[in-house]
Every structure is written in C-alpha cells, then in structure tokens.
Ligand binder design. Structure first.
Ligand code: HEC
Ligand code: HEC
Ligand code: HEC
Ligand code: HEC
Ligand code: HEC
Length: 488
C-alpha cells in the first residue's frame, strides 16, 4: 500500500464509521439533535452521515439544474413568452427576479465568476412557515449571495429550533409556484385555499400527487413546459390508490371517460378574485411587459383537445382527431412580441404555434432609438430587417382548483353545461361544438333531450385513504418523531 492508497483507506474507514454511527441514532434523539440544533443548512459533516448521497441527488434534480444560462435564456426564446414576472429593466434584474425562485447551486454555484448561492434544503423542507423569502430576495438583489440562505432562516432560527421535514404546500405554492397564479388562476396562495380545491380541503398535499423519486418531483405533461424530461411521473386521478374504479353512471362513463378529462368537468370556473392578479394579455412590444388582467369575479376555463405538448412549440392545444387527445381545461393569455421574421412558417402563419425566432428582450429595448418607450417597426428593423410583430393566444394548462365534495368555486359541470342551450337563445349551445370539431352536439336528440333533467349518481370506489395522505406532516410540537413517517 503506497501513501496515497493509505490515505484513501483511512478516509473510507472514517466515512463508513461516520455513516454507521449516524445510522445508530437514525430517527431517534440523534436525528432530532441533528435537525434541531444546527445552523439550519446542509453541511456534509453534520448531515451527510445519515443522508448519504442526498446532496448530489438534489444537485442533479431538474429543480436545481434548470436552464444553464439564466441570464440570456430568460430574455430570449420561449422563456419570456411564458413568464410574465420577467422585466429586463436594470442590468442585474435577472438576478433580482429569477434567482429568488431558484433553490440555489447548479447554475448558481458561481455568479459572474464569484461564489454564488448555495443549495438551500429549507426552501423546500422548512416546516415553520417562517422561511423569509423577502430577506433572501433582498440579499440576492444586493449581490450578497453567500448570505441569501442564511438571511432567509435568520428569523426562523431565532424563534424555533430548526425543523427539516416533508415539503409543505406552503413551501411549494406560496413562494416559488406563486408565479402560476397569474397564468392559471390557481388559488393555492390564498389563506382559504381549501374552499377552492377539493384536495386541499381533504389534506391532500402537493407532494401526495407530485410524488418524488430521488428529488425528481413528479410531474405531468402540460402545455407550457418546454422541458420534457420527467414528464408523466406523477399520480393521475384514476391511479389505483386514488379514484381508480370510480363510476358516474353509465351515461357519463360510456360517452365521456377517456374523451372528456376529469379536469374538464371538475374545474368548471376560474377566478380573478385572488390576491395576485391573473394575466389576460401580455405585450412585449416595447421590451418590457405590458400586462392587462382578468376582471375581478369569475371566468370559465377554455375546453380544448390536448394529448401532451411538443418540444419547441408555443403553449397550444390540438385537434379532436389527435391520438389520445382529451378535452382539458386551459387559461388563455394573448401574448404579443417581435419575431425576427426569418422562418418561412412564421412569415406565412404569424398566428401559428411555431416558436419562430423571438427577438431577445434586451435587443428590443435597445432598438428604441428615440427613447420614447415605444419600439416601432422602423426602429426594430434597423437591427432586424425582417422583424414582424406577432400576437397569439397561448394556452396554459389548468389542473387545480378541483370542484367536488362541497369545495371548488362551483359544482362540477353537469349535462346541461355542455349539452344545453344558452338561456333565452334556443339555438346557441353552451359548448362551441363546431370549434371542437363536431358537426353538431353528438348528445342531442330529436326531439331534444332536457339535459337539465338528467339524473345520475356518482359512486366513488370505496377504499381507504392512501397512507401517504393519512400521515401528517411534521409539526412543531412533535419533536421526537421528526417527519411523522415510519423510521427505517
Ligand atoms: C442522525 C441521523 C440524521 C442526521 C445527522 C440528519 N438527519 Fe435528516 N433525517 C433523519 C431521519 C431519520 C429522517 C426521517 C426519515 C426520512 O425521511 O428519511 C430525516 C429527515 C430529513 C428531512 C425530511 C425528509 C422528508 O421526508 O421530506 C430533511 C429535509 C432532512 N432530514 C435534512 C437534514 C439535514 C439538512 C441535516 C443536517 C443539518 C440532517 N437532515 C441531519 C436523520 C438524520
Ligand atoms: C426543490 C425542492 C427541494 C429541495 C431544494 C430539497 N428537497 Fe428534499 N425533497 C423534496 C421533495 C418534494 C421530497 C419528497 C416529499 C418529501 O418527503 O418531502 C423530498 C424528500 C427528501 C427526503 C426523503 C426522501 C429521500 O429522498 O431521501 C430527504 C431526506 C430530503 N428530501 C433531504 C433533502 C436535503 C438534505 C436537501 C438539501 C441538500 C433537500 N432535500 C433539498 C424537495 C426538495
Ligand atoms: C390531486 C392531485 C394534485 C395535487 C394535490 C396537486 N397537484 Fe399539481 N398537478 C396535478 C396534475 C394532475 C397536474 C397536471 C398533469 C398533466 O396535465 O399532465 C398538475 C400540474 C401541476 C403544475 C403544472 C401546471 C398546471 O397547473 O398544470 C404545477 C406547477 C403544479 N401542479 C404544482 C402543484 C402545487 C404547488 C401543489 C400544491 C399546492 C399541487 N400541484 C397539488 C395534480 C395535483
Ligand atoms: C362529464 C363530466 C364529468 C366527468 C368527465 C367526470 N366527472 Fe366527476 N363528477 C361530475 C359531476 C357533475 C359530479 C357530481 C357533482 C359534484 O360533486 O360536484 C361528480 C362527482 C365526482 C366525485 C364525487 C365528489 C363528491 O362530492 O363526493 C368524484 C370523486 C369525482 N366526480 C371524480 C371524478 C374523476 C376521478 C373523474 C375522471 C376519471 C371524473 N370525476 C370525471 C362530473 C364529471
Ligand atoms: C364537459 C362537457 C360535457 C359534459 C358536462 C357532458 N358531456 Fe356528454 N359529451 C361531451 C362530449 C365532448 C361528447 C362527445 C364524445 C365523443 O366525441 O365521443 C359527449 C357525448 C355525449 C353523448 C353521445 C354519446 C355518443 O355515443 O355519441 C351523450 C348521450 C351525452 N354526451 C350525454 C351526456 C349526459 C347525459 C351528461 C350529464 C350526465 C353529459 N353528457 C355531460 C361533453 C360533455
């Protein structure tokens, strides 16, 4: 054994001993101590013995490894067309806005050649609900990157012993995924979310459906996600441990299941009446976004055919004859932007869903030669000779705010909501059957059926609640049993 081999052997022995000793107290007082009496952040020496490999797992997850080059990618291409919080106002603005939403590390390991923001376990695992998002944002905007995560936990550490536990809805929804509110009118940042959503009202939390393997948080296949990796890795409504086996009477099951998605009937209305405004249109013509918002009150989701999104397309929907297409609900947002005008398909079909070549926002801003805040065709054509303005209705998937069991903004859609006629206009159907690809309403009969009078019963397949939903997340008063889970 040479010297180097000897050193390696010693390191290995120390590591094994560390893991072994760590595991001796796994779940017991030692784990409590490790979780409660630390400085509240990942430290290989303190945490690595029990959670061997977890740090690297998180590092390689898609939540951390997002868009290698934020700074340019968020101002160009698809990114800004599907995100409305972006504003390239000042030089470091990308940092102010986007780094706030990122758990740290990965592409933020170094920023402008200096130490960046470290990976923050608490951003997803804090149990106190006191994670100080604003303090983190402030440190980031002042380029005090090393302090960002520490500031976020400072007030928590002063008031509570640290608590790492199962990710709460608060961690997912009221901070990072708050940006979904403006796009999808989901109410998950409201204090009374349970009134808007049947699952929230029954203690089904985000991670119960978005089940997570090795820190790849499960997800579906939505219209506005360009990244296709890990799509369809989550629970669906008819999962055997959830609603598999449910019947709504043959009249619904026979004609609809597999064609009309569960969500199409169970997300009957969306609301703009939320603490965060819901976007109706977004205009990027002048290099910064000009937004209009949905009016307070309720509006409906748009039903359209969808069989999954395709890479490189703007958020859009499909047609009735697409393989596996189902009717799904969407929120549509009218988006306007400059395109380079060099793609033949875009030139001939400016309102198509071809991404084309969106002009980077910083170039649009710089094109404003007379600085009047208004970028004209002549101005933009100085640098992009074929530039053209595009305006397209983009479709954003809506999957939450589920109606049922007394929750939700309204009851799930009944027969007359799709097959009936608009009140007072006997020849105008509620659903626009022609635009969905039907000659006429396939459910209508001669003489017409009174769909409002159709009765049906829903028989939920009876089974115990899934165990993961029965288990309570870690609570502050339950210091011994850290996560409420069976300890391995
Ligand atoms: C003595 C062993 C031990 C040490 C040291 C330890 N933990 Fe844990 N940790 C556990 C056990 C046991 C659980 C509960 C079982 C599980 O979920 O893996 C747990 C759970 C967690 C969870 C919640 C996981 C979930 O279910 O969502 C997080 C986050 C966590 N630990 C982070 C840390 C961090 C960060 C450190 C270092 C500051 C640390 N742990 C140190 C044993 C330990
Ligand atoms: C982007 C959010 C996110 C970040 C950041 C994150 N986790 Fe998790 N983690 C989750 C989710 C979601 C789960 C699965 C649900 C649960 O148990 O909370 C999970 C599960 C766990 C588990 C239990 C299951 C397993 O995989 O072992 C541990 C332990 C854990 N995390 C530790 C950590 C540690 C340590 C860090 C920081 C190095 C960290 N997590 C960072 C979201 C995150
Ligand atoms: C009852 C199961 C369930 C629960 C609970 C749930 N989701 Fe989802 N989520 C879904 C489904 C199903 C999809 C869409 C999958 C698809 O269409 O491919 C989805 C999609 C999403 C999307 C993509 C955008 C969209 O709305 O389609 C985000 C972001 C998301 N969920 C976050 C969350 C957060 C945050 C929570 C907790 C507040 C949560 N989810 C709770 C089932 C659930
Ligand atoms: C054609 C419309 C339609 C479709 C499609 C549909 N539902 Fe329903 N569902 C209803 C109506 C209407 C009710 C009864 C009214 C209510 O509870 O809001 C209902 C009731 C339910 C209930 C009982 C809620 C309660 O109050 O206890 C559950 C659970 C349910 N549906 C789940 C599903 C699942 C899962 C799917 C997809 C496999 C689905 N539904 C598809 C219209 C539909
Ligand atoms: C969300 C809108 C929606 C709701 C609510 C709805 N339907 Fe339908 N229905 C459809 C669509 C879409 C089709 C066409 C399915 C297809 O393409 O095969 C359809 C088809 C039908 C058909 C024709 C079946 C066939 O074989 O051609 C009948 C009958 C029918 N529905 C009855 C009902 C009744 C009764 C209810 C209430 C219990 C109901 N529908 C609720 C959307 C709806």
């Amino acid at each position: 054994m040479n010297k180097l081999q000897g050193q390696i052997a010693v390191i290995i022995i120390v590591l094994i001993a560390g893991i072994y000793l760590g595991n001796l107290g796994y779940g017991g007082d030692q784990a409590s101590a490790a979780h409660f009496l630390t400085e509240g952040h990942w430290d290989e020496g303190t945490c690595g013995g029990c959670h061997a490999g977890v740090y690297y797992e998180v590092m390689s997850s898609y939540h951390v490894q997002r868009e290698g080059d934020f700074e340019t990618s968020m101002y160009s291409g698809l990114s800004y067309l599907t995100r409305f919080e972006i504003n390239p106002g000042s030089e470091n603005n990308w940092a102010d806005i986007y780094m706030n939403y990122h758990p740290g590390a990965g592409p933020l390991e170094t920023i402008d050649g200096n130490d960046g923001i470290a990976l923050d376990c608490n951003i997803c695992h804090d149990q106190t609900g006191e994670y100080d998002w604003e303090a983190r944002g402030k440190a980031i905007s002042q380029s005090r990157f090393a302090e960002a995560n520490i500031d976020a936990m400072a007030s928590t550490l002063a008031n509570y012993p640290v608590s790492f536990g199962v990710s709460t809805d608060d961690s997912c929804a009221t901070t990072c995924h708050i940006t979904d509110v403006s796009k999808r009118a989901v109410a998950w940042a409201e204090d009374d979310y349970e009134n808007y959503d049947a699952h929230a009202n029954n203690s089904v939390s985000c991670v119960d459906c978005h089940i997570t393997e090795a820190h790849q948080i499960g997800r579906g296949d939505i219209s506005d996600s360009a990244d296709k990796s890990y799509d369809n890795t989550m629970k669906s409504c008819d999962d055997s441990s959830c609603h598999g086996g449910i019947t709504h009477d043959m009249v619904i099951d026979g004609a609809h299941i597999g064609i009309v998605s569960c969500e199409a009937c169970h997300i009957p209305v969306l609301t703009a009446d939320l603490n965060d405004p819901v976007v109706k249109s977004a205009n990027w013509k002048n290099g910064v976004v000009d937004l209009t918002y949905r009016k307070s009150g309720e509006f409906s989701s748009t039903l359209a055919w969808f069989n999954g999104s395709k890479e490189g397309e703007l958020p859009n929907v499909g047609g009735k004859n697409d393989t596996g297409a189902q009717l799904k609900p969407f929120n549509t947002i009218m988006v306007t932007w400059w395109d380079e005008g060099i793609d033949a398909n875009v030139v001939t079909g400016p309102d198509s869903y071809n991404v084309g070549n969106p002009i980077p926002l910083l170039d649009v801003k710089n094109a404003d030669a007379d600085n009047d805040g208004n970028v004209t065709l002549d101005e933009i054509r100085e640098s992009y000779p074929y530039a053209m303005l595009r305006t397209v209705d983009l479709y954003f998937s809506v999957s939450h705010n589920i109606a049922g069991g007394g929750s939700g903004l309204d009851e799930a859609l009944g027969c007359e909501d799709c097959h009936g006629y608009v009140k007072g206009k006997e020849n105008v159907t509620v659903l626009d059957w022609a635009s969905l690809g039907y000659e006429t309403d396939p459910g209508q009969t001669d003489p017409p059926t009174d769909f409002a009078a159709v009765n049906f019963t829903v028989v939920p397949y009876s089974r115990p609640r899934p165990i993961e939903i029965e288990q309570e997340p870690q609570l502050m008063n339950d210091l011994k049993d850290l996560t409420g889970r069976a300890v391995i």
